[in-house]
Design a protein. Structure first.
Length: 219
């Protein structure tokens, strides 16, 4: 399959990242230019209404800590912002990882709220484009989830569908007139979709290595 690539990618501040056939030759400085570095928070980029944190990931070896990759993690996200797209599907968060030389090895995006039908529609499109997915299951703590995997010549694509009970979510209602803040007990249980594109030759820098945030659902 011939790739058209993504050489026309622009800053994430300018437009949502197109995930179809993402070109790993895209420079990190294209997506996160120097001008988007936060002037207020050291080690962060400010994109739209969001903060992206830079963090070097290491693994423990017999010789001490060995640096593995550099993660760029979106620390919060809002349904108001579309950070990435795959066909007509919109993702509220975008996270990146590079090797130690700064080359992109991983893209992962999050749909904050989805449902079974929407996820099936996305999986059907991926099946038509890349061939039938391999389905597996995993668990993070007590939360079981499904993983769909597509192996391509130069990349691995994964989609993890996770049920969010919002156990750690707190909703507040602000009464400006009486200057009161009230806690709302209602939870909005829903599914979240985690979409990963991993450069095949660098998969050993992702699988089996330290993971946090949205990466905990990659395997």
């Amino acid at each position: 399959m011939q790739r058209t690539g993504n050489l026309s990618a622009k800053s994430l501040a300018e437009e949502s990242l197109r995930l179809e056939d993402f070109d790993f030759n895209t420079k990190l400085s294209t997506l996160l230019p120097e001008s988007s570095k936060s002037k207020k928070y050291h080690g962060y980029y400010e994109i739209k209404n969001e903060l992206i944190e830079v963090d070097t990931v290491s693994e423990i070896t017999y010789d001490g800590n060995k640096k593995v990759r550099i993660d760029y993690r979106q620390r919060s996200y809002s349904s108001r912002d579309t950070m990435a797209k795959f066909c007509e599907f919109e993702f509220n968060a975008i996270n990146l990882a590079t090797d130690l030389s700064g080359k992109i090895i991983l893209i992962h995006a999050v749909i904050d709220k989805t449902d079974l039908k929407q996820s099936k529609d996305l999986i059907d499109i991926l099946d038509k484009k890349y061939g039938k997915a391999k389905k597996s299951k995993n668990a993070f703590f007590e939360n079981n989830f499904d993983i769909y995997t597509w192996h391509l010549k130069d990349r691995i694509i994964r989609y993890s569908l996770v049920f969010d009970k919002e156990e750690n979510m707190v909703y507040l209602k602000v009464d400006k007139n009486n200057k009161k803040i009230e806690k709302i007990d209602a939870k909005n249980e829903h599914f979240k979709g985690y979409f990963y594109i991993i450069k095949d030759e660098d998969k050993d820098k992702v699988f089996g290595k330290d993971k946090s945030g949205d990466l905990v659902y990659v395997e």
